[in-house]
Design a protein around this ligand. Structure first.
Ligand code: FAD
Ligand code: FES
Length: 261
């Protein structure tokens, strides 16, 4: 690990040098846990934590990746206490990420909470395409909770922000901003990541407006590559899909939101 910055609101920015990093698709994730302590492998936490790959920086064969995460429970608290030079355990990139929209397609990205970290790379790649400027809507409880805002401000995107306490942007939920944008009747394709109730509402609004919508699920994961079956999500057609292997990105209309954890 090269650098850890505490950004307020419990948000942490971790920069990790990853030899042999193969590159990643937006929305792909890594399984991350603190490495050895005084040369001894730790069993606390027993399970690694899934984290979206926020950004990569390459120079020659060397690659650094960035992770933005919120201090939440035991696993993220230990990661937040990592020190520069400490080795971390990382497996990835994993999962099936977002398909970047083609040039000319209009993208509407909606994210809340830690879901903001999963959509930055998609926003950056959409911004590089010729064609209509992508719209990005970000929501958080309060200004201090909002992750990565300054990074989004440097992208060529049309940015909207909401906070539940009104400390930044529009007061209310990000879905309030979404309703206004969908009312404009533009042919957006919606890309979303955030807490499950928020994604469910985004999926309902997109469906009601006749817009295609994909979501990136943040189900708890124990292994990250299809072995433990702990991340299964119920599907509308019946049965379950493994979020780590078949997702985390799914068409919102394929999911059974009623049965979602
Ligand atoms: C694909 C993906 C990307 C994510 N990206 C980010 C990100 O970029 N930034 C960010 O802040 N957060 C992200 N998250 C959420 C993040 O993984 C959780 O906030 C984190 O795991 C919490 O860990 P904790 O130890 O702090 O919390 P705790 O609540 O103490 O522990 C949560 C952990 O408990 C275990 N667990 C709980 N329920 C189950 C279960 N049903 N099956 C198996 N194991 C279980 C898992 O190990 C789980 O990770 C992402 C989640 C996913 C699925
Ligand atoms: S996290 Fe183990 S199967 Fe998905």
């Amino acid at each position: 690990m090269l650098q850890l910055t505490h950004e307020g609101g419990g948000n942490q920015r971790l920069v990790i040098r990853v030899p042999g990093w193969p590159g990643f698709d937006p929305g792909q994730f890594v399984m991350l846990s603190p490495g050895a302590l005084s040369g001894v492998m730790r069993s606390d936490p027993l399970l690694p934590r899934p984290m979206a790959v926020y950004r990569e920086t390459r120079s020659g064969d060397d690659c650094e990746i960035e992770i933005l995460f919120k201090r939440h429970g035991r696993g993220t608290a230990l990661l937040a206490d990592s020190l520069p030079g400490q080795r971390l355990r990382l497996v990835g990139p994993l999962g099936r990420g977002f398909q970047v929209p083609g040039a000319g397609e209009q993208a509407l990205l909606v994210a809340g909470g830690t879901g903001v970290a999963s959509i930055r790379e998609l926003a950056a790649r959409c911004a590089e395409q010729a064609g209509p400027m992508p719209r990005v809507l970000l929501g958080a409880r309060s200004a201090v909770d909002l992750m990565g805002l300054s990074d989004f401000e440097t992208l060529e995107v049309s940015l909207g922000v909401s906070t539940e306490d009104g400390s930044l942007g529009r007061e209310g939920r990000v879905t309030d901003l979404l309703e206004d944008v969908l009312a404009k009747d533009e042919p957006f394709r919606v890309y979303c990541c955030g807490p499950t109730p928020m994604m469910r509402r985004v999926a309902e609004l997109a469906e009601a407006a006749g817009r295609p919508c994909v979501v990136s699920l943040e189900n708890p994961m124990a292994c990250g590559f299809g072995v433990c079956l702990g991340c299964a999500a119920p599907m509308r057609a019946g049965g379950y899909a493994l979020v780590c292997r078949e997702g985390p990105v799914f068409a919102a209309s394929d999911l059974s939101w009623e049965g979602m954890p």
